[in-house]
Design a binder for this molecule. Structure first.
Ligand SMILES: [Ca+2]
Ligand SMILES: [Ca+2]
Ligand SMILES: [Ca+2]
Length: 353
């Protein structure tokens, strides 16, 4: 089986340029010594042979496998797409070959990125079309498109339809997260760190997912769909292809929340968090202090060099939001450190341009 297109380990400043600026901030706080850890970032496209979808056809009362396509549909077809095959419903599958694990490194974070280029939905209660699926069924207010962590092997076959369902032995974990709940076209991200760690531990060469709605069809004879691009060559833009972003660190304390030991006394929130896209060129760091004090908020690069001081002043107790304009900064790992009196908290972000 072919190896995925990119398995080398570019340093952050050589990461493939992307058209948008995206920032991930980790939820957890890290010891400041982590600033001096060595970090590897790898980006891997999904495997074109394993991108695809399975449609359950109402007319045939059987399954149709579609791969080698340039899109992945999730939802139901209604009568608009496959006439006269009403309400056939579709689940999509995606697969990434995992790069060789770099020696003496540990997984820091892994994100899946998909590009959602279309969606449509019909609201039977109002008789109107929207740009996102509408499920007029009991519980239909839940229109999240979810991903499950599965093993569907080296090819997509009809036996994979239920991989992702509770109780299927090839389902590692159903509903690992929401990949989209919006009709807005654009990138979608999901933190799959735990899933990829599990795949490495099982000596799997792939990390695989099923994408589905929690409701297969609403039987309103209208299409309710969301569509993502695959790796199959159209459109020919790498930045639109499904991509897995992996970061490895040589510091063991970068793995997972439970191994992080730090006295967390400041209340800090970061926007966007890892599952939200930063559409603009600045990001917000919110913090709350309980007493009047000096606050120092600074950004550092991977070498531990000061990049920018965001806040340095005495402020009253309360909740504040500081903004970091990233338009002049290159791709890579950055760290923020906030000091309030004797208290210090440190976090990490991944900037992709
Ligand atoms: Ca509908
Ligand atoms: Ca299979
Ligand atoms: Ca429908």
């Amino acid at each position: 089986m072919n190896q995925s297109p990119s398995t080398q380990y570019p340093k952050p400043n050589t990461l493939h340029p992307l058209t948008k600026t995206i920032i991930f901030f980790t939820f957890f706080l890290l010891p400041f010594s982590f600033l001096f850890a060595d970090t590897i970032i790898d980006s891997v496209y999904s495997d074109p042979l394993l991108d695809g979808e399975i449609c359950f056809s109402q007319n045939l009362q059987g399954y149709i496998i579609n791969n080698w396509m340039y899109d992945m549909f999730v939802g139901d077809s209604g009568i608009n797409i496959i006439d006269p095959d009403p309400n056939s419903y579709i689940r999509s599958f995606i697969s990434f070959y995992l790069p060789q694990f770099p020696q003496n490194y540990y997984i820091d974070s892994v994100f899946v990125r998909l590009y959602q280029y279309d969606s449509c939905g019909y609201d039977a209660s109002t008789g109107t079309y929207t740009d996102f699926p509408v499920w007029n069924v009991a519980g239909g207010d839940t229109i999240k498109c979810i991903m499950s962590h599965i093993d569907y092997g080296d090819e997509l076959d009809i036996g994979d339809w239920e991989k992702g369902d509770v109780g299927n032995p090839y389902t590692y974990q159903n509903n690992i997260g929401t990949i989209t709940e919006s009709g807005i076209d654009g990138y979608r991200y999901l933190d799959v760190t735990a899933s990829v760690i599990q795949d490495y531990e099982l000596n799997r060469d792939k990390t695989q997912y099923r994408i589905a709605f929690q409701i297969d069809t609403d039987w309103d004879y209208e299409s309710d769909l969301v569509a993502f691009y695959t790796s199959n060559g159209y459109p020919p833009h790498d930045e639109l292809k499904p991509t897995l972003y992996l970061t490895f660190s040589d510091e063991i304390n970068s793995i997972g929340n439970e191994e992080i030991q730090i006295e967390q006394t400041l209340n800090i929130e970061i926007y966007p968090n890892p599952s939200i896209i930063s559409q603009g060129r600045q990001t917000a760091i919110s913090y709350e202090i309980s007493q009047n004090t000096n606050v120092l908020l600074q950004i550092f690069n991977i070498k531990g060099q000061l990049v920018e001081t965001i806040v340095n002043k005495k402020i009253n107790a309360g909740k504040y939001t500081a903004f970091w304009n990233v338009s002049n900064h290159s791709s890579g790992i950055y760290f923020y450190r906030i000091k309030s009196g004797t208290q210090t908290a440190t976090g990490k972000c991944l900037l992709l341009k």
